[in-house]
Design a protein around this ligand. Structure first.
Ligand code: PDD
Length: 286
C-alpha cells in the first residue's frame, strides 16, 4: 500500500509530495514540528504534543495553520490512511512561502505537512533488550532549544558522530561538564539510591513530552525524581542511564563514551518505567 502525506490542504501520494522552493522552512528552518508515537492503534499523548506545538508556534509568532480541532482530525486521518497501528506521526508547520527576505512576510499562510510511518515494535523492543550506547559532545546549539524548531543541523551532526563511534545517540554537554539532552531525546540517570535524575527543563533543553509523562509514571511507581543537573562523570558511575523520546519511550543506555554503565545490561528501573508507560500515557484512538 502506498503512503499518503497531507500537504497544505491536500492528501497526496507520499512519493510525489512536495513543498515550494521558497517555503521558509526550506530556506531558513523557520518552522516547528512535533512527533507523536502511535502504539497499538492509539496516538500517544496527543494533547501534550499539541500544547507544546502551540507554545513553539507562539514563541516564533507563527499562526496555527488551521484550528487545533481541525489539525487533530487531519492527524488521525493521516494515521488511518497509512494504516499505522505502531509507528509515528510527524507534523510540521513553517511560516509559509514567501520571497526570500529575512523579515517576517506579511499575510503569508503557514504551511502544514503531516506524515505517518509504520515502525515495527519488535525492532524497538529488541533495542530496549540490548540497550543503546551514547557518546558525549560539546553543546553547540542556540539557547532556544526549548522551541521544537526544525533547525536541527547540530543534532544531525552530533548523531552522525555517534553513529561513526558505534553509538546510537549523542548527549550534548554544557561548558561545566553537565549533561543537557540527546540529539533527539532527553537524558536521565538512576542513582545508587534508586532516584531518577534529569536536567530541569526551564532552560537549555526541550521539555520532552515523554519526559513529562515519565514523571507521572515514576510517581505511580513510587520512584523519587530529582530534577537537577548531573555531570558526565556522575552518569558514567550511575546505577542506570536511559533516554526518553516519543519514538524510544524509556530506552536503556548501557555505555557512555565507551565506558560501560553498571553491568552493561539494561537496568530494572528503566525497564519498569518502559513497561508501565502505556498504562499511564494519554491514548487517543487513531
Ligand atoms: N525528538 N530533546 C530533543 C532535542 C528532541 O529532539 C526530542 C524529541 C526530545 C524528546 O521529546 P519528546 O519526548 O517530546 O519526544 C528531547 C523527536 C522524537 C524527533 O525529533 O524525532
Amino acid at each position: 500500500m502506498s503512503r499518503i502525506a497531507y500537504v497544505n490542504g491536500r492528501y497526496v501520494a507520499h512519493a510525489a509530495a512536495s513543498v515550494h522552493i521558497e517555503d521558509r522552512g526550506f530556506q531558513f528552518a523557520d518552522g516547528v514540528y512535533e512527533v507523536c508515537e502511535v502504539a497499538r492503534g492509539y496516538i500517544v499523548d496527543m494533547k501534550r504534543h499539541l500544547d507544546r506545538l502551540d507554545r513553539s508556534l507562539r514563541e516564533l509568532q507563527i499562526a496555527w495553520p488551521m484550528t487545533r480541532a481541525a489539525l487533530e482530525i487531519v492527524v488521525r486521518e493521516v494515521v488511518a490512511r497509512n494504516r499505522v497501528r505502531n509507528g509515528l506521526v510527524y507534523m510540521q508547520v513553517t511560516r509559509g512561502v514567501a520571497s526570500r527576505e529575512f523579515l517576517f512576510p506579511a499575510d503569508t499562510k503557514p504551511a502544514l505537512v503531516i506524515t505517518a510511518k509504520k515502525v515495527d515494535p519488535a525492532h524497538t523492543s529488541k533495542r530496549a533488550e540490548n540497550g543503546i550506547k551514547v557518546i558525549t559532545v560539546p553543546e553547540n546549539r542556540w539557547d532556544r532549544v526549548d522551541i521544537k524548531s526544525v533547525g536541527l543541523l547540530p543534532n544531525v551532526l552530533a548523531k552522525e558522530k555517534a553513529r561513526a563511534a558505534g553509538a546510537q545517540e549523542a548527549w550534548f554537554v554544557d561548558a561545566d561538564g553537565m549533561v543537557k539532552e540527546g540529539g533527539s531525546s532527553n537524558a536521565w540517570i538512576v542513582t545508587m539510591g534508586g532516584s531518577l535524575v534529569t536536567r530541569p527543563a526551564e532552560h537549555g533543553i526541550l521539555r520532552g513530552i515523554t519526559r513529562t509523562t515519565l514523571f507521572d509514571v515514576a510517581s505511580k511507581l513510587g520512584l523519587k525524581i530529582e530534577e537537577r543537573y548531573f555531570s558526565v562523570a556522575e552518569a558514567k558511575a550511575a546505577r542506570e542511564a536511559f533516554i526518553s523520546s516519543a519514538t524510544t519511550i524509556a530506552m536503556p543506555v548501557v555505555a557512555i563514551d565507551g565506558e560501560t554503565i553498571a553491568n552493561g545490561h539494561p537496568g530494572s528501573v528503566t525497564l519498569s518505567l518502559r513497561q508501565a508507560f502505556f498504562d499511564i500515557a494519554e491514548k487517543s484512538p487513531a
